[in-house]
Design a protein around this ligand. Structure first.
Ligand SMILES: [Zn+2]
Length: 1016
């Protein structure tokens, strides 16, 4: 290289002597791929968080800049100008929530020019969901919905199909991302930055950062994707960042100025390129030219890249070009290389020996719960909108869809945003909910009144709903009832199969009677509302709604509801006459009042046994299946590390770094209370002043439901705490347990073990935590214990026979990963603020080995899609005569197979219907249900004539057949003969039956000959 350097110095020297004038340089930016050279793909990008330190809107318009100078509007404005200037320049854009905001403000002339940029490939949409979603804490249905929304926008406005998954920042990566939100979208590749530091070190050494990832056991090679992990992070190599205030030396190539540095900078470039080529297979490397909120003055980047491409290519040792991940992917594919196979997932993520990012699996549990609750509600609301018939004028689900979409961002549902940003997401969700609530009410009114004597142009029934039912706040059900004034309860079931549920609503009277749809009086039970619930109700209704509840209900009224698939049943609750039948008031007794050593709870097959001496659970007994297991349940906490020991790493919003484990002993101030009746038994425990729980055993169900109330977590001692619960058995589980991937596939976890490398264990607790969205289970040679959750949490099995869930966190130190705020959630009342109290549920069942899947899958779907309750008042008793009291949107003789769920049923703006069906089982998961299922579309849409069924990609932006034709077939190193993967066949247009193989999700666009369902 010395000769070349000498040549350059001579040039400068001679230029000086002969007074060559500084002049315009026409940079040659036309670089294209050159065979035989190391090709450096420069990918200009800006990572724009859809909310984090600032709200999504503040980031967009550049508000609140004292927190951070970030303005996405500047990014998009200046990038477009820079792209117009030189047609060789390229840029990728990822987050449609931002792009949509920008797009609607542009003139038609500007839109036309931007469309040209997109058509020519200068501007490429990558990923293309509304946000770059988190991969640990969202449910797969939310991931599909938010991606569909973004892809639809790109399709409608630009006619484009994103080809590449771009999950560069999320904190670990799920197998559902790889196969479902990757291959099933038709993506050719997936890229990201964050994997465990030990995993990365090994992959750098073995050149295995780029792999073929098979995320699904069931779908195997039919759903695999080329996956690239960046060697370091999603920013450029050191010395190549060019935002106006960045410190990298720009190329100074004006010979009349001092500090001329062209050759130095070319040398730097070549060195960085060769270093990366050394850890990368093939002669293509990708440089991520950008990072968070960059390109606010795009020219400062593009000017430097223009020069680098010009001078590096003149130098000739390596080749530089403007590129995109798609071009890079095609180059990798063309290289015809073999790639290592990757299975399972990339959880948990650690960037440092004491920094496992496993705290965020639980951070902001109330927000996680709210997101999950509205996710299920959104699914039901779209169904009801379809049954009523979409109207352009009335309320719709659009705002809720948008709010849910951005809530999936990797600093939203993950819980790693600042408090004011979390409040902003929650506000958006509640605005969306309120509109969807109106849609649901009007749809139910329409359906209840249809075909009835009172049917009019506009519905008259005013249905109310109770989003705060969990804390016993429900004004319509609390109203004083008489035999003249009854409460009408409509119970809607969003699942495709019939279900039986025990409905619980607060009532004020102790003499009530419940009638079913046919007017028959049915059994009902009154349970006194606990003091804990009252406290929550009084405080939180005030905090959330700004008003004190007027009525004070005395009881929970429980009754059994049988609800048809995709339909509703109606129940009438009235004041009972003095002499007539009435609800059974539960028997209530405390531990002190019993003399037996063992107390048996449960009216059906499931019995829980409690020791009266110790006041705790001792056994789980199922008298039908004859499963009997010794089991205990307890609470504990980790004290959050404050980062003052030799490693300054604290436990915070992202990172879980415990500094000691402490059991929470039941202080027994309040003895156990048993509440018993014909439908369910409850065991109420006040564990300590800030933890209480109610365990419910329903007569008709074979699982225990545990409702916990935790908070305010005391931190007066200056120690942050992370609250856990443990379910402990004597099962010999051999270090092994199973957790779900975004609520879908279960992945085998082995304590202190990783499939891909020899794990050096530094954090034996945090390093064994995994995200749980659906459930966690463990097995021994005779039985399996499963726990299902109602929203995402972190969990593990830290000792054999035990499952642990982290339910709440309150921490006093920031964990230095950027959020810059402590995770110390509070709620404010009139007289001050206190730590957030949360309430949630988990569900436990023990089965014989191999029999747990049925329960996990069926009840898992019921938990995701709870019944939707709507209330109205009725004078007199003629509701049932004048209204439709039971409804099913599908053929009355039909029900979906037990292994299939409808995960989308939505009428689109063009009147067509989007239908997604999901097989709920993996291969070999269940002997009866891990088989191909068939759904009869004619029976799913009984009153309509289907004229056309088109199968689409998962995000519904292209025909499935077209997508399959384009799919790249990669070579997998050491690939062995694979089991033949089964998938459902094409849909016969005459039979209209859809086959679904294990874990398959199929998406259809359905055209009807006529839409009016109730035209007769
Ligand atoms: Zn980010």
């Amino acid at each position: 290289m010395a000769i070349i350097a000498l040549y350059y110095y001579l040039t400068i020297y001679l230029a000086g002597i002969f007074c060559v004038e500084s002049q315009y340089i026409d940079y040659n930016t036309t670089g294209r791929i050159v065979a035989g050279k190391v090709n450096v793909h420069l990918v200009p990008h800006s990572h724009d968080d859809v909310g984090w330190l600032k709200t999504v809107d503040q980031y967009y318009f550049g508000g609140n800049n004292s927190i951070r100078g970030a303005c996405v509007q500047n990014v998009l404005d200046s990038v477009m100008s820079a792209l117009f200037e030189d047609k060789n320049r390229k840029f990728i854009y990822v987050e449609m929530a931002f792009f949509q905001r920008w797009w609607r403000q542009q003139s038609e002339a500007m839109k036309a020019k931007v469309k040209e940029l997109v058509n020519s490939g200068q501007l490429e949409f990558i990923n293309g969901g509304m946000c770059m979603h988190d991969e640990a804490t969202p449910h797969y249905i939310d991931l599909i919905d938010q991606t569909t929304l973004g892809h639809q926008f790109i399709k409608d406005e630009f006619g484009q199909l994103p080809r590449v998954g771009w999950q560069i920042d999320p904190f670990g990566h799920s197998s559902v991302q790889a196969y479902l939100l990757g291959a099933e979208l038709g993506f050719d590749s997936l890229f990201f930055a964050r994997i465990d530091y030990q995993d990365r070190a090994k992959r750098l050494k073995e050149k295995s950062l780029e792999v073929i990832w098979q995320g699904s056991k069931s779908l195997g090679s039919t759903s695999q994707i080329f996956t690239g992990i960046f060697p370091r992070h999603y920013d450029p190599p050191d010395g190549f960042t060019f935002e106006i205030n960045d410190v990298s030396p720009p190329i100074q190539d004006d010979i009349l100025l001092f500090d001329y540095n062209v050759q130095d900078r070319v040398n730097d470039f070549v060195a960085a390129a060769l270093a990366q080529a050394n850890v990368t297979r093939t002669n293509h490397v990708m440089w991520l030219m950008g990072t968070d909120f960059r390109y606010q003055y795009a020219n400062s980047w593009f000017r430097q890249m223009d020069k680098f491409i010009h001078y590096v290519n003149k130098d000739g040792r390596v080749n530089a070009l403007y590129s995109t991940p798609s071009i890079y992917t095609d180059a990798k594919y063309a290289a015809d290389e073999q790639w290592p196979l990757k299975t399972e997932d990339f959880f948990p993520y650690a960037d440092h020996p004491n920094a496992y990012w496993t705290g965020y699996f639980t951070s902001r549990p109330a927000f996680k719960g709210y997101v999950r609750m509205l996710s299920g509600y959104y699914l039901a609301a779209r169904q009801l909108e379809f049954f009523k018939g979409r109207s352009t004028a009335g309320p719709n689900t659009k705002k809720l869809a948008d709010a849910l979409a951005i809530a999936q961002h990797h600093d939203a549902v993950s819980g790693t945003e600042r408090q004011h940003v979390a409040s902003d997401y929650a506000l958006r969700l509640s605005i969306g909910y309120i509109e969807a609530e109106k849609l649901v009410a009007s749809s139910l009114a329409f359906l209840a009144e249809s075909g009835s004597s009172i049917r009019q142009e506009n519905t008259v029934t005013n249905f109310q709903q109770c989003p705060l039912l969990n804390i016993s706040y429900c004004p319509p059900s609390e109203a004083i009832l008489s035999d003249k004034k009854s409460l009408v309860v409509v119970v809607y079931n969003p699942l495709g199969w019939k279900r039986e549920e025990v409905i619980r609503i607060p009532v004020s009277s102790e003499k009530v009677v419940v009638q079913d749809s046919s007017g028959r009086e049915i059994e009902s039970q009154l349970l006194p509302i606990s003091n804990t619930t009252f406290n929550m109700r009084n405080k939180y209704v005030k905090a959330y709604l700004g008003k004190f509840p007027h009525e004070t209900p005395r009881y929970w009224l429980a009754f059994s509801a049988s609800i048809p698939p995709l339909g509703f049943s109606t129940f009438m609750v009235s004041g009972a006459r003095q002499t007539g039948p009435s609800s059974t008031i539960s028997l209530v007794h405390t531990l002190e009042e019993v003399t037996n050593k063992t107390i048996e709870v449960g009216q059906g097959s499931l019995k829980l046994l409690y020791s009266s001496d110790e006041g705790k659970l001792t056994h789980y007994v199922n008298t039908r299946s004859l499963v009997t297991t010794a089991v205990e349940q307890s609470y504990g906490y980790y004290s959050g590390n404050d980062g003052t020991d030799k490693d300054p790493q604290a436990s915070g919003a992202y990172v879980f770094r415990p500094n000691g484990t402490f059991p929470i002993k039941s202080e027994n101030q309040v003895p156990l209370t048993f509440v018993r009746g014909p439908l369910l038994d409850e065991v109420r425990q006040q564990i300590n002043p800030w933890i209480s729980q109610i365990t419910r055993i329903y007569k008709g169900k074979e699982h225990a439901e545990v409702e916990f109330t935790i908070g305010p977590i005391p931190v007066d001692d200056g120690i942050g705490k992370e609250i856990t619960t443990q379910i402990t058995t004597t099962m010999k589980t051999n270090n092994t347990f199973y957790t779900d991937s975004n609520g879908r596939d279960f992945i085998k976890r082995i304590r202190d073990f990783r499939t891909d490398w020899d794990l050096e264990v530094n954090q034996p607790v945090a390093g064994n935590y995994y995200p749980i969205n659906l459930g966690i289970y463990m097995q021994d040679n005779s039985s399996e214990l499963s726990v299902l959750v109602d929203c995402s949490v972190g969990g593990s099995s830290l000792v054999d026979g035990q499952i642990e869930l982290m339910l709440h966190r309150r921490l006093l130190h920031d964990d230095s990963r950027g959020v810059g705020e402590v995770l110390n959630e509070t709620v404010c009342f009139l007289n001050g603020c206190e730590g957030l109290t949360i309430q949630g549920k988990y569900f436990v069942r023990i089965d014989h080995l191999g029999e747990g899947a049925k329960w996990r899958r069926t009840v898992g779907q019921e938990i995701y899609s709870p019944v939707l309750l709507a209330f109205t008042e009725q004078d007199g008793s003629n509701w049932m005569n004048s209204h439709i009291s039971t409804f099913s949107g599908i053929d009355p003789s039909y029900s979906l197979p037990d292994n299939v769920a409808v995960i989308t049923l939505q009428e689109l703006e063009n009147g067509k219907v989007l239908l997604r069906l999901a097989h709920l089982y993996e291969i070999e998961e269940d002997k009866d249900y891990s088989v191909v299922a068939s759904v009869e579309l004619k029976k799913l849409f009984p009153n309509k004539k289907i004229s056309k069924v088109t199968e689409l990609s998962l995000s519904a932006n292209q025909e499935r057949a077209d997508m399959e034709k384009k799919r790249l077939v990669w070579k997998v190193a050491g690939s062995t003969e694979e089991r033949k993967v089964v998938r459902g066949g094409p849909v016969d247009p005459a039979k209209l039956a859809v086959e679904l193989a294990p874990m398959e999700i199929r998406t259809f666009l359905i055209d009807f000959n006529y839409l009016q369902m109730f035209s007769s």
